[in-house]
Ligand binder design. Structure first.
Ligand code: S3P
Length: 448
């Protein structure tokens, strides 16, 4: 799939569909099973490219991972001290989570590793993990950033930690709410002599903390402060079985499609509804989206539910603060909702979007304008003037960003003619069956 042609929806979107498993939980299930003792089973593994990058990196570190079927893995854990020196650079592809979490895991190893990525990942800031890891004694170097003097980017060279040396305690006040930074520090904390404390401006996704606690790691949380105190811990984690929840960040595209195509009603089954991820649901309700959360359950220590969404009249909202942290990957698709809502939606406090797979504020401004939507760019967000007339059919370049490509595809469903989305292959990083799923709901999409 290189390009998509999305036709305006001729009928409501209707049906009940699954989504790929949660990418964030998938990365962590792989990483933790690799350093447990014994065979872990991961059920519902998404074959998105980002998760596959973590899988391949762990294999390169000597971890045996059997793909029992398309969606089931058996990981033979080697314990926290059992990883082997890789013989080649570890390719993290497009995945910031792979690179930043790996940096934390590799910081305490007695060997050197190099982490590389694609062009987008190689331009993303890595000092946010390198600085605190260095502060506790890790050796990490990177390439100079193209415009910021005190920033580094991939390739990252990490370690070795000389024999007899240990990572030290750290009390880190993170300037950004970032689960990747927090998780890198907590992973390195498994090896440290001393306490790891991370405080963030607002609580980012807590999948690492949940998994560590379930594995018996001595970790406590108090508001936005997480503390891992390894004193008295034996450093052993037992293998586990996990059924991964569906990815709320993937379901967001389907829910918003249902919300904006008149007459639609779509159920997305078994979606992870961890409260640190559900900002979108609150935003959607504020904007008048018809939404019901049903069949609540638990999967792998994470709450899940079926999300039922239907089309209604939408209204603008002011979106900011900690809700943005809990919806950080959903901001592009929130822009699609805003484009259909009456009034001006203002999104603020979203400066982190500038350093995602693309500068998502600038990228969404381009997409919205191409569809004829009035909008204004701000340093930390954007304002969007919505309406309910058809959007102008457009040609959109994904800019290599999966979430921009999928947002444009959803907006195209309410276009006044076919919209062409070029460079859509990036969708495979998180939602390889996106086109098939939208088609199953009734959308007409050609793939070129
Ligand atoms: C992720 C954390 C978030 C998010 C990313 C996945 C994770 O990034 O945007 O898609 O799995 O830890 P930040 O930690 O940079 O906010």
């Amino acid at each position: 799939m290189r390009h998509l042609v999305v036709h305006p929806a001729a009928a409501p979107l209707l049906g009940s569909v699954p989504v790929p498993s949660d990418k964030s939980v998938g990365h962590r299930a792989l990483l933790f099973s690799a350093i447990c003792h014994g065979k872990s089973r991961i059920v519902g593994f998404s074959r998105g490219e980002d998760n596959l990058a973590t899988l391949q990196a762990l294999r390169a570190l000597g971890v045996r991972i059997d793909e029992v079927s398309q969606a089931e893995l058996v990981v033979e854990g080697v314990g926290i001290f059992g990883l082997c020196a890789p013989t080649a650079p570890l390719d993290c592809g497009n995945s910031g989570t792979t690179m930043r979490l790996m940096a934390g895991l590799l910081a305490a190893q007695p060997f050197t590793s190099t982490l590389i990525g694609d062009a987008s990942l190689s331009s993303r800031p890595m000092m946010r993990v390198a600085a605190p890891l260095r502060a506790r004694g890790a050796a990490i170097s990177g390439a100079p950033h193209r415009s910021k003097a005190d920033e580094i980017t991939a390739p990252l060279t990490i370690g070795p930690l000389p024999e007899g040396e240990y990572l030290r305690e750290i009390e880190y006040d993170s300037p950004v709410a970032s689960a990747q930074v927090k998780s890198a520090l907590l992973l390195s904390g498994l090896y440290a002599h001393g306490v790891t404390t991370v405080n963030e401006p607002s609580v980012s996704r807590d999948h690492t903390e949940r998994m560590m606690r379930a594995l018996g790691v001595p970790l406590t949380t108090f508001g936005s402060i997480v503390t891992l105190d390894p004193a008295g811990w034996n450093g052993q984690m037992a293998a586990f079985d996990i059924a991964l929840p569906g990815d709320i960040s993937a379901s967001a595209f389907l829910s918003v499609a249902a919300a904006i195509v008149p007459g639609s009603r779509v159920t997305v089954r078994s979606v992870g509804v961890n409260p640190t991820r559900t900002g979108l649901l609150e935003i959607a309700r504020d904007m008048g989206v018809g939404l019901s959360i049903e069949a609540r359950e638990d999967a792998g220590g994470e709450p899940t539910a079926d999300l039922v969404t239907w089309a209604t009249a939408l209204r603008a909202a002011a979106i900011g603060g900690e809700t943005v942290t809990r919806a950080i990957d959903e901001v592009p698709i929130v822009c699609a909702l805003a484009a259909r809502a009456s009034g001006v939606t203002k999104i603020s406090g979203a400066g982190e979007l500038r350093v995602k797979e693309s500068d998502r504020i600038a990228a969404m401004i381009k997409v919205l304008r191409a569809f004829g939507v009035k909008c204004e760019e701000h340093g930390d967000g954007l304002s969007i003037e919505g309406g309910d007339g058809p959007l102008k059919a457009a040609v959109i370049d994904s800019q290599g960003d999966h979430r921009i490509a999928m947002t444009a595809a959803v907006m195209a469903l309410v276009g006044d003619g076919p919209t062409r989305i070029v460079n859509a292959e990036c969708i495979a990083t998180s939602f390889p069956k996106f086109v098939g799923t939208l088609r199953a709901l009734g959308a007409k999409i050609d793939v070129e």
